[in-house]
Design a protein around this ligand. Structure first.
Ligand code: NAD
Length: 350
């Protein structure tokens, strides 16, 4: 039973700020008090939506109706807004990437600790159904011991918008999609990361990465490849995961894909097949009785649970699901990826 509804002010009412507003308008435990944006057209939009429009950030921070400041500005100002809001006694939800680097994040953590205010990050792609299916397969061990995880996000429209194309605002795809992919990987594989290698692409943009390939090695030898591309006219699958006794592939957000499990080793050796200009026995397809193929199962998920968790945490009934040490580890891995691209070396991690 909800005892209260928390007032939220959105700072930065652009694409994602508007999506937060839409989702929060459906909740019983939060409501929009108002919005602040530096662009006049976004202020007009806020007014048209019926929100109170603040003239400056200080007015947001002085409003006693505001319990939570939700930051959805470009990335370079997350830190200064978060610290100002925490100092004003507000809880803070920041968009990802939380900051430009881990040093900025630690500054925020210090202020959150001193003020005793809640600070967390909107890692909404933890609620993606494709991720939840892969996480369940990994958690339940139904592919055997996981050996390799590939996550890909492909598109062909280049980097969208304005600030995402410039480094001073925290642009580039590693800080954009990369944060989500790393966050999800580290939630699934709880091992120490030993090595990081990253290559950026600059197909349409020389200043920031318009895509990347990021290779991560864990202590046990498990590996992961995360790839984002903005000049891919044919998309590779979102997920391709191999374990010692199975493989899973999810092709797209419609959840097309399959899971193949090894049931038993067949008693006889493979028969060579003609493959291109040669023969192969090694790569001959399995005989049907040694594997079982399943469609991708479905998992119900509602991203609004992210906001419910924050309301519950503020009421002392829950722990925040996006935890400080998780966010910090993601930022450190991001930094290793930047270093690896810059030096074109494998970076030792942790
Ligand atoms: P956007 O450009 O559409 O919106 C940003 C808004 O912030 C603009 O309206 C701009 O005028 C405003 N703004 C800029 N500086 C400001 C300041 N100092 N104070 C107040 N307002 C300011 O960008 P976007 O796509 O909405 O991205 C915003 C943030 O949300 C980024 O951090 C981005 O990484 C994140 N994001 C997250 C997701 C997700 O799925 N979690 C998706 C998209 C964007």
């Amino acid at each position: 039973m909800r005892t209260r509804s928390f007032g939220v002010a959105i700072v930065g009412l652009g694409g994602m700020g508007s999506e937060h507003a839409r989702l929060i308008s459906t909740l019983a435990d939060m409501h929009i008090v108002g919005a602040y944006d530096i662009k006049p057209d976004r202020q007009v939009f806020a007014k048209d939506m019926g929100y109170h429009v603040y003239e400056q950030l200080q007015d947001v921070l002085a409003d006693p109706e505001v319990h939570i400041v939700l930051i959805a500005t470009p990335n370079h100002v997350h830190k200064e807004i978060a610290i100002a809001a925490l100092e004003a006694g507000k809880a803070v939800i920041s968009e990802k990437p939380v900051t430009m680097d881990s040093a900025e994040l630690l500054e925020i953590y210090d202020v959150a600790k001193r003020t005793g205010q809640l600070f967390t990050v909107h890692q909404n792609r933890r609620f993606d159904e494709d991720f939840l299916v892969i996480k369940r397969l990994v958690d339940e061990g139904s592919l055997g011991t996981i050996t390799h995880i590939e996550q890909r996000i492909h598109g062909s429209r280049g980097i969208p918008g304005d600030w995402r194309q410039q480094s001073e605002f925290g642009g580039g795809m590693l800080l954009d999609w990369g944060v989500h992919l790393i966050d999800r990987l580290l939630l699934m594989i709880k091992e120490k990361v030993t090595h990081v290698y990253c290559q950026f692409t600059h197909i349409h943009n020389n200043e920031v990465d318009d895509g990347f390939r990021l290779f991560v090695t864990f202590e046990s030898g498990k590996t992961a490849l995360m790839e984002v591309g903005t000049a891919n006219y044919i998309n590779l699958p979102l997920w391709y995961v191999t374990g010692t006794t199975g493989t899973a592939m999810i092709e797209n957000w419609s959840m097309t894909g399959k899971i193949v499990h090894l049931m038993a080793e067949s008693g006889h050796d493979a028969v060579p097949i003609v493959a291109g200009a040669g023969l192969t026995k090694t790569m001959a397809p399995r005989v049907d009785d040694s594997i079982i193929e399943e469609p991708i199962f479905r998992i119900a998920s509602d991203v609004r649970d992210f906001y419910h968790n924050i309301a519950d945490t503020l009421e002392g009934k829950a722990q925040k699901i996006v935890k400080d040490d998780e966010v910090l580890r993601v930022m450190r891995l991001l930094e290793a990826a930047f270093e690896s691209d810059r030096t074109q070396q494998v970076v030792k991690f942790e």
